[in-house]
Design a protein around this ligand. Structure first.
Ligand SMILES: Cc1cc2nc3c(=O)[nH]c(=O)nc-3n(C[C@H](O)[C@H](O)[C@H](O)COP(=O)(O)OP(=O)(O)OC[C@H]3O[C@@H](n4cnc5c(N)ncnc54)[C@H](O)[C@@H]3O)c2cc1C
Length: 164
């Protein structure tokens, strides 16, 4: 589907082909999908991170500032963190442009790391080559949890507290 198309009606057979094997004892996806009145497809899209996103008295927040792939489930979480930081930056000052600049600079490093991690996770999750898939699965099964936690550190924010 086109990357910028946000209201894309899919053909049932296109979708069914991808979910044909999704039949579990507790869930039968093909039957569920066949029962739908309409099937819409949404693109997975992100953008390369920006170093900051303040424009004088205007700033961005959430997906407008740092759209990311949903592979780590972080887009909404980061929008909430943005809101907290924005409120903290604006509190007690009349210098709005300086506060907005502070806000975007404070947030850019963390959100950039999470955009990048989300891209990496998406690439890993969508491998198609069977050898690469087997290697990925073996590596992830065998990797010590400390290594996985290190990789996720920019996401879970080890040792970092949001200003409130
Ligand atoms: C498949 C998928 C799974 C996800 N899973 C997770 C998850 O598990 N955890 C998580 O934290 N995040 C997840 N996300 C990401 C999360 O949904 C988004 O990052 C989050 O909704 C971004 O919030 P936002 O307020 O920045 O933007 P949006 O939620 O997109 O809100 C923008 C709003 O502005 C409105 N709007 C647009 N243009 C105009 C206009 N011209 N005038 C007026 N209104 C307008 C839109 O209709 C919309 O309501 C997922 C995303 C996807 C696609």
């Amino acid at each position: 589907m086109p990357r910028q198309e946000w209201d894309y009606t899919s053909r049932l057979d296109e979708v069914l082909a991808a979910f044909d094997s999704f039949r579990f004892g507790w869930l039968d996806m093909p039957t569920l999908i066949r029962g739908s009145e309409e099937v819409l497809t949404y693109p997975m899209a992100d953008r390369d991170p920006l170093p900051s996103w303040d424009f004088g008295r205007v700033t961005l927040l959430g997906d407008a500032a740092h759209p990311m792939l949903p592979s780590l489930g972080q887009g909404g979480c980061q929008a909430i963190e943005d809101a907290l930081e924005l409120a903290a930056s604006l509190a007690g000052t009349d210098d709005v442009p300086a506060a907005l600049e502070r806000y975007s600079l404070r947030r850019a490093r963390r959100t950039t790391a999470i955009v990048r991690r989300s891209q990496q996770m998406s690439r890993l999750a969508h491998l198609r080559n069977p050898v690469a898939v087997a290697l990925r699965d073996a590596l992830l099964r065998g990797a010590p949890s400390s290594a996985l936690l290190r990789w996720l550190a920019p996401v879970i924010g080890q040792g970092r507290q949001l200003r409130t």
